[in-house]
Design a protein around this ligand. Structure first.
Ligand code: PSU
Ligand code: MN
Length: 308
C-alpha cells in the first residue's frame, strides 16, 4: 500500500479492507463520459447496490476537489453524473495536475486501477476497457489502460473490448505486455455488446474460486494486473451485424469531425447511442451490471481464500 497524502478512503471501505472483507472497485469515467444523464446516475447507484447484494463493499473511485477518493457517497455520485463530460477525464498522466488544481474528474480504467492498488483493493469491475484504436498504426492511439494492466496488480472484470477498437491488435498488445486474459465461462474474447469477437482467449476459468486462485498466484509472482473477460448475457446482446454497421458509421462521423485523442471514445459512445436510439445504452448498463455481479462473487471467493 503506497502512502499518498491525497488518497481519501471512505471509512466503510477502509474498515472492510482492514477486516479482510470483499471489496469491489468501480470506475467513474463511465459515469462522467461514458453515459448520458440521468441514466449514468441510475447505473452508478445500481452497480453499488448489486455489489452489496453480492456480499461485497463497493468502492467507486474518482478525483473530487483535488482528492483521489476511494468510496463515494450518494451526493458524490449525483455530482459526477450531473457534471458529466464537463468534469475532466483523468488518465494516468493527468492525475498529478488534476490533484494540484483541485479538480473533479472521472477516473478511467487506468487511474481507477492505480487508486485501487494504492488502497489495497484487488478487484475492479467496469464495462469495457480502452485498447488499440482502429488505425492506430497511423494515429498511435493506444489506451493507457493496457499499460496500466501490465504494471498494476488489480484484476479487472470487463465485457471485453468494443469493436470501436481493433480487438485483434488490443489482444496483441496485452500479450506483449504480459497481461493474462481470462475468458470467464467462455473460450472467446467477448466484444462488449456481443458475446464473441471472433478471437480466442488463451485461458478459460468457469468459477469465482478459480479466478480467486489465479489472482493469488499472479500477485504472488509480483506481476501486473489480470483481465477477466465476461461476456454480456445473451438476452442483453445486440445483433452483431447491426452494431458493426453502426460502429463503422460512428467512426466515419468522428473522422469527418476531426475527433481524436481522449475525446474519441466518449464521442463514439454517444454517437452510437444516437444511432441505435438508445439500445446501445440499455445493453451497456446490463453488461456492467453483469460484470459487477461476477466481480462481487470473485471478491467473496478471494476473501474466503485469504481467511484460510
Ligand atoms: N468503454 C466504455 N465506456 C467508457 C470507457 C470505455 O464502454 O466509459 C472509458 C473507460 O474509463 C476507459 C476509457 O478506461 O474510456 C478509455 O479511454 P481512452 O480510450 O481515451 O484511453
Ligand atoms: Mn486514446
Amino acid at each position: 500500500m503506497a502512502s499518498f497524502q491525497s488518497l481519501a478512503i471512505s471509512t466503510e471501505v477502509a474498515d472492510a479492507l482492514a477486516a479482510g472483507q470483499p471489496v469491489v472497485a468501480l470506475e467513474s469515467t463511465i459515469i462522467t463520459h461514458g453515459m448520458p444523464y440521468p441514466q449514468n446516475l441510475a447505473m452508478a447507484r445500481g452497480v453499488e447496490a448489486i455489489t452489496r447484494a453480492g456480499g461485497a463493499v463497493p468502492a467507486t473511485i474518482a478525483i473530487m476537489d483535488g482528492a483521489f477518493r476511494v468510496g463515494l457517497v450518494d451526493a458524490d455520485l449525483e455530482r459526477l453524473a450531473e457534471t458529466g463530460a464537463r468534469a475532466a477525464k483523468a488518465s494516468r498522466r493527468d492525475v498529478a495536475a488534476l490533484l494540484n488544481a483541485g479538480a473533479t474528474a472521472g477516473t478511467t480504467v487506468a487511474t481507477t486501477m492505480q487508486a485501487a492498488e494504492m488502497a489495497g483493493i484487488a478487484l475492479f469491475a467496469t464495462g469495457g476497457i480502452g485498447g488499440v484504436h482502429r488505425g492506430a498504426e497511423l494515429s498511435f492511439d493506444i489506451s493507457a489502460d493496457l499499460e496500466e494492466l501490465s504494471r498494476t496488480p488489480v484484476a479487472v472484470v470487463c465485457a471485453g473490448a468494443k469493436s470501436i477498437l481493433d480487438i485483434g491488435k488490443t489482444l496483441e498488445v496485452l500479450e506483449t505486455r504480459g497481461v493474462p486474459v481470462i475468458g470467464y465461462g467462455t473460450d472467446d474474447f467477448p466484444a462488449f455488446w456481443t458475446r464473441s469477437s471472433g478471437h480466442k482467449v488463451d485461458h478459460r476459468l468457469d468459477t469465482p474460486e478459480a479466478v480467486a486462485a489465479l489472482i493469488e498466484t499472479q500477485f504472488s509472482l509480483g506481476m501486473g494486473g489480470i483481465l477477466i473477460a465476461n461476456p454480456i448475457l445473451a438476452a442483453d446482446a445486440l445483433d452483431p451485424q447491426m452494431i458493426e454497421t453502426t460502429i463503422a458509421a460512428a467512426i466515419a462521423d468522428g473522422e469527418r469531425g476531426g475527433v481524436s485523442g481522449k475525446a474519441l471514445t466518449p464521442y463514439l459512445l454517444s454517437r452510437i447511442f444516437e444511432l441505435t436510439h438508445g439500445k446501445s445504452l440499455v445493453s451497456n448498463i446490463a453488461l456492467v451490471e453483469n460484470n459487477v455481479r461476477v466481480a462481487a462473487a470473485i471478491a467473496v471467493a478471494l476473501a474466503a481464500r485469504r481467511r484460510q
